[in-house]
Each structure stands twice: as structure tokens, then as C-alpha cells.
Design a protein around this ligand. Sequence first.
Ligand code: HEM
Length: 127
Amino acid sequence: MNRNISLYEAIGGAESLRRIVESFYPKVQEHELLGPLFPDNILPVMEKQIMFLTQFFGGPMLFSDEYGHPMMRARHMPFPITPKHAEAWLDCMRRALQEVSGLDEELQSYIIERLSGPAHHFVNTPE
Ligand code: HEM
């Protein structure tokens, strides 16, 4: 992977990120552990996630510009998140990355590696 460009650019920018997020949330909604945590209308969550991941991967600061400091762990506190939820979230993301064409395997693993830290950091409830 070319380490001189941002992960956002390596992924393919706005269009690819949108495709990833649009592939990810239906998997989350269908997941028996994750689905019940999310509202039926997933569109606003998708839009926020696109904005957040854009900046998390080194693109424009879309989320902070609109909503202020991300404080992502705090934003997840209302939801009971166990280590199993974190693994399930990452697994849905792994499958979304596989589904979206054009991302080589090294890039896919690197994205998951970068998201593993936050996912486990958001755990706030024991199994
Ligand atoms: C560890 C497992 C995770 C679970 C179970 C989880 C669950 C949730 C839930 C239930 C919401 C609120 C949906 C609503 O608006 O009602 C949410 C929002 C969000 N999550 Fe997660 N999440 C997880 C991990 C992550 C990770 C790893 C990231 C990004 C690195 C992330 C980014 C976001 C963002 C950007 C929002 C929108 C925040 C806002 O409303 O301002 N989540 N998540």
C-alpha cells in the first residue's frame, strides 16, 4: 500500500466510502446482536458514519465540522456494548469491505486493523 497518501484516498475517496457504509449497515441491521441497537430508519446513522469515517481515514473533517468533537466512546455509552458486539461490528465491516469491489486484501486488513482499536475501546459492558 502507498503510505504517502491518506487511507481515505487509498480507499478511493467519497464514492468508495459511501459504498462501504451502504454495504455495512444492512449487515448490522440483520445481525441478531447488533440489529436491535439501531433505529429502523438507518439513513441518518449511515450519513453520520460516512462523515465520521471520512475524517477518521484522513479525509475532510466532515463530522467535526457538523457535530463538534466526535467523543465517540461517549456517544456509544447509551448502548450496552460487549466484546461480542465489537467483534460482530468488525465482522460486518470485514464482509462489507469484501463485497465492495476494488479494495485489495492488504488494504482491507489494514482498514480492519485501524477500526479494531476504536471498536474495542467502545466496549462498556462485560459479556
Ligand atoms: C463496537 C461496536 C459498535 C456498536 C455496537 C455500535 C453501535 C452504535 C449505535 C447503536 C449507534 C447509534 C445509532 C443511533 O443513532 O441510534 C452508533 C452510532 C455511531 N457509531 Fe457506532 N457502534 C460500534 C462501533 C463503532 C465504531 C468502531 C465506529 C467508528 C470507528 C462507530 C461509529 C459510529 C458513529 C459515527 C455513530 C453516529 C454517532 C452520532 O450519532 O453522532 N461505531 N453506533
